[in-house]
Design a protein around this ligand. Structure first.
Ligand SMILES: C[S@@+](CC[C@H](N)C(=O)[O-])C[C@H]1O[C@@H](n2cnc3c(N)ncnc32)[C@H](O)[C@@H]1O
Length: 244
């Protein structure tokens, strides 16, 4: 039987708790407990990241989506796959750190391959230069995918392939966002990838508190802002990869 629809304030409280967990194993435990209500709760929060990120990727995709192989990292219950499929991307692999979220993604039936993997402590279960595009949506923040793992996303992306990342711009996430942006710039300076676009979105999702809404740059009407980064992997030579 479907669980009763919760109020926005209960959802805000729950997601505020999630944002405050900065330890990775505690965060994964939290997602294990949250999994069965996740889709319903993020719909109440007006969580738009999957659609917005897929729109960005699709707008810059250089060839037919039907032929592309994509990896959805921290895929959760598969909301990104739903959006990808609407735009014709049908060869999808996913990795996810929470067993219960992964189980729900399996039940959606949109991924040809799904693996349990906690990125950061673990490498991605994929060969190098394998995917036409790699996405991380809603999982780049403290206690989730560490910014230091971005080079692992690049490893599994083909030369000329795209990497699409999102993060939040609310006050509590700003230190992480700054560190992430420094890592993105470092990899660009090292010639590993080139920026295709950066897209700031004012109404990313509803804020979990008035304080978060008020302190989120560019946000409006109780929402926090967020950001989408799209990069294209450059041809690598042994000298370019040394020390990066
Ligand atoms: C906010 S949800 C986003 C899920 C999905 N991408 C979406 O947009 O609906 C974050 C997901 O990232 C997963 N996650 C967090 N850190 C992770 C890590 N280091 N490795 C793998 N999965 C992780 C969580 O278990 C959770 O399912």
């Amino acid at each position: 039987m479907a669980s009763p629809r919760r109020s926005l304030s209960r959802v805000q409280e729950r997601i505020g708790t999630s944002h405050s967990i900065t330890d990775l194993s505690q965060k994964i435990d939290f997602y294990d407990q949250w999994a069965s209500d996740y889709d319903q709760d993020v719909a109440i929060l007006d969580y738009r990241a999957p659609r917005l990120a897929v729109d960005c990727l699709a707008s810059a995709f250089p060839f037919s989506p039907q032929e592309a192989l994509l990896l959805d990292v921290a895929c959760g219950t598969g909301l990104v796959a739903v959006e990808l499929q609407k735009r014709g991307f049908c060869h999808l692999h996913g990795v996810e750190g929470s067993k219960n979220m992964l189980e729900l993604a399996k039940q959606r039936g949109l991924y040809q391959q799904l693996s349990l993997c906690v990125l950061g402590p673990e490498a991605l279960p994929a060969p190098s230069d394998h995917y036409d595009a790699v996405m991380v949506v809603g999982a780049l923040s403290d206690g989730q995918v560490p910014y230091s793992a971005v080079s692992e996303l690049l490893r599994v992306t083909k030369s000329g392939g795209l990497v699409c990342l999102t993060t939040r711009s609310n006050p509590s996430n700003l230190p992480y966002k700054e560190a992430l942006e420094a890592e993105l710039a470092r990899l660009e300076q090292a010639g590993r990838w080139k920026r295709v676009l950066v897209h700031t979105v004012d109404q990313w999702e509803r804020a979990t508190s008035e304080k978060e809404a008020a302190g989120s740059s560019g946000s409006s009407h109780g929402f926090i802002s967020g950001i989408i980064y799209l990069y294209c992997k450059q041809e690598t030579t042994p000298s370019k990869t040394m020390g990066v």
